[in-house]
Design a protein around this ligand. Structure first.
Ligand code: PBG
Length: 322
């Protein structure tokens, strides 16, 4: 036998030397759920190990994560049901929970890259990502006007990247132009480009209270059956000025990541979503598998598929293994 592939697997040293994919803290983006109050830490029942934090504790968590090498946070506010309206006006409240959190975290840890979703679902009474008319249709262009306002609010507060997650057509360009007109050329856009209408977002929606009362998001989020359409979405977002393209969810869509990787020179982020996290945690709690190992393997597979960045609730498990 001339060729014995096992030679390159014999020792830890060789295995490390020939490792094709590596994982570092810089690859990870940590989502953070925000609540009102002070010294508040509320566990998310649907996501074991994940907590909603009041701004003061979020600031501490942000500096802790930064010390451990995390470069970016993705912020999500839990909005009081009393503030949620048909018109989602709270989404651009300059003194709302999200605006205050951005300002305070930026103030305390200015080096950290702050990102936040741009979509109306935490702020609408019905939990759709856009405005809805009397017939129940989600309105594209009317919603975009709101998204621009929301992006400007975040930019004023000090956000580094806005992350449109709404899947309205044309929103990346509109947000880019809106930001530029107000002098926020340096604020980046991480576009949820291929965001699928997935069953894996339920633990997140339970956490933020954004479960739809009826219907689904299939008129704007993508059909899980499609991949050519994802390439179109990614190409359009790139043309419209997106700085980072995102695929979401991650593990059931590794083929989508790989195909977009082949088509773009832009950085790709993959969102390892709540359902992907909670499935593993449930199995871990039942004693069926080891969450830390599964998360490590998962993160490697997402990078191997071609993603540069991974948005994941498993940052602590992953950092402990680096
Ligand atoms: C809001 C948004 C969702 C997620 C991120 N941003 C939910 C949705 O689209 O209904 C899901 C994240 C996760 O499940 O971890 N548009």
């Amino acid at each position: 036998m001339l060729i014995r592939l096992r030679r390159n697997r014999q020792t830890e040293a060789v295995r490390r030397m020939v490792q094709e994919t590596t994982l570092t803290a810089h690859d990870l983006i940590a989502p953070l759920f925000l609540i009102e109050g002070s010294c508040q830490r509320v566990p998310v029942m649907s996501m074991p190990g994940v907590e909603c934090l009041s701004i003061d504790l979020a600031v501490k968590e942000a500096s802790h994560l930064y010390e451990r090498g995390i470069q970016a946070l993705l912020l999500f506010p839990l909005i009081d049901p009393g503030l949620r309206t048909e018109g989602a006006e709270e989404a651009w409240n300059r003194s709302g929970l999200l605006a205050r959190a951005i300002r305070e975290i930026k103030d305390a840890v200015p080096e950290l890259c702050l990102m936040a979703d741009v979509a109306l679902d935490p702020f609408t009474s019905h939990s759709h990502d856009g405005l809805v008319n009397a017939k129940g249709e989600v309105l594209n262009d009317e919603t975009i006007a709101c998204l621009i306002e929301m992006a400007l609010m975040q930019a004023e507060a000090g956000i580094d990247f806005v992350a449109p997650s709404d899947m309205m057509d044309g929103r990346v360009q509109a947000i880019r132009e809106g930001l530029d007109e107000e002098g926020y050329q340096q604020v980046g856009i991480m576009a949820y480009s291929a965001k699928y209408a997935s069953s894996l977002y339920d633990p997140f929606r339970n956490a933020l209270g954004t479960r739809l009362k009826s219907g689904d998001k299939r008129t704007y989020q993508m059909d899980p059956a499609n991949v050519r359409e994802a390439l179109l979405e990614a190409a359009l977002d790139e043309e419209e000025g997106a700085d980072i393209l995102m695929v979401k969810p991650a593990t059931l869509y590794l083929d989508v990541i790989a195909k977009i990787r082949a088509q773009t020179a832009r950085p790709i982020a993959a969102y390892h979503v709540s359902g992907e996290y909670s499935m593993v945690m449930a199995a871990h709690q039942a004693g069926y598998l080891d969450a830390a190992k599964v998360f490590h393997e998962t993160a490697l597979s997402i990078k191997r598929a071609g993603a540069d960045l991974i948005i994941t609730y498993a940052t602590k498990y992953l950092l402990d293994q680096m």
